[in-house]
Design a protein around this ligand. Structure first.
Ligand SMILES: Cc1cc2nc3c(=O)[nH]c(=O)nc-3n(C[C@H](O)[C@H](O)[C@H](O)COP(=O)(O)OP(=O)(O)OC[C@H]3O[C@@H](n4cnc5c(N)ncnc54)[C@H](O)[C@@H]3O)c2cc1C
Length: 268
């Protein structure tokens, strides 16, 4: 069952950057000790539409000493502090978008989210393409860590009631567990990494070995970049999964600032 991500812009095509949109925090919800749901609103969200689940967007954060980021100019330099997030829920009528932030520790985005309050301003760019969800598949597997939970939620929301979906998600502590919902028949397993990020993917690896076989499940795998590669290899080399069943994404990388938004693991 071949699965593809939405086609990237060809190298020779001129890249059109959408103008950044100024948005303001209108709500902050504590979902768990390390997860904040932040709602952004603003007239500049007019026309902001997301087609695929697990799409992404860029958020621009203020530099130290700024209360509001500088608006990037259309052909000016890229914003200095920009990070990749998943548009979780978009409500065009209210000009709102929800974003779930993992509070993982040091990092401008995580640090900002930990202190976020109503009225603060960011700029938002995008969205970019997401997961070309194979709706013809009857069995789905979503494997990843807390950074991919928002992407998983957007996928879960799109699955039909006839589909079966297993979710395997790695979090830093048992206190991160919460209820996920889907119209599909849903089976969720939470595994705990603990506070040491160098163990990223290890708990998932053990759980995957127990959870198989995966026959012809459509698999979306998103987590720390090295762990994504190891887990994909485990799936293909030991668990009988054909590589084309897997869409893999590195969402962050150990000891790396601002890991790129298009790490598809093609180098492995
Ligand atoms: C397509 C896509 C969608 C994403 N969607 C979301 C989303 O909806 N919510 C979300 O929380 N994240 C999401 N991410 C991940 C997010 O972009 C990164 O975690 C980002 O690095 C956070 O920026 P930062 O400024 O906090 O840390 P950075 O300055 O980028 O990194 C600082 C340090 O923190 C470490 N680090 C970064 N992220 C994590 C993490 N999650 N866990 C542990 N250590 C980390 C790095 O290894 C580095 O050592 C997504 C990534 C991609 C590619």
């Amino acid at each position: 069952m071949p699965q593809t991500a939405a086609a990237p812009t060809p190298d020779n095509a001129p890249r059109k950057r959408r103008p950044p949109r100024r948005v303001q925090v209108s709500r902050v919800q504590v979902l768990s000790p390390a997860m904040r749901r932040i709602t952004f609103t603003g007239a500049e969200l007019e026309g902001f539409a997301v087609n695929d689940p697990a799409s992404y967007m860029k958020l621009i954060f203020p530099e130290p000493g700024q209360t509001e980021p500088t608006r990037p100019l259309p052909d000016g330099p890229r914003a200095k502090t920009m990070r990749t997030y998943t548009p979780l829920a978009v409500r065009p009528e209210a000009q709102e978008v929800d974003v779930d932030f993992v509070l993982h520790g040091e990092g401008p985005a995580s640090t900002w989210a930990a202190q976020a309050h109503i009225g603060q301003v960011l700029f938002l760019m995008g969205p970019g393409p997401g997961y070309a969800l194979p709706l013809q598949a009857t069995a789905h597997l979503l494997v990843g860590d807390d950074s991919a939970l928002p992407a998983f939620e957007t996928i879960l929301a799109r699955l039909p009631a006839t589909a079966r979906v297993r979710v395997l998600v790695e979090v830093t502590s048992a206190a991160e567990q919460r209820t996920l919902a889907s119209p599909a028949q849903l089976d969720v397993q939470w595994v705990v990494r603990g506070p040491d990020n160098h163990r990223a993917g290890q708990a998932l690896e053990a759980a995957l070995r127990q959870a198989g076989p995966f026959a012809d499940d459509a698999i979306y795998l998103a987590c720390e970049a090295g762990a994504m590669r190891r887990l994909r290899q485990l799936l293909t080399d030991e668990l009988g999964v054909v590589r084309s069943q897997i869409v893999g994404r590195g969402y962050w990388k150990l000891s790396t600032v601002n890991h790129p938004d298009h790490d598809y693991g093609d180098d492995a």
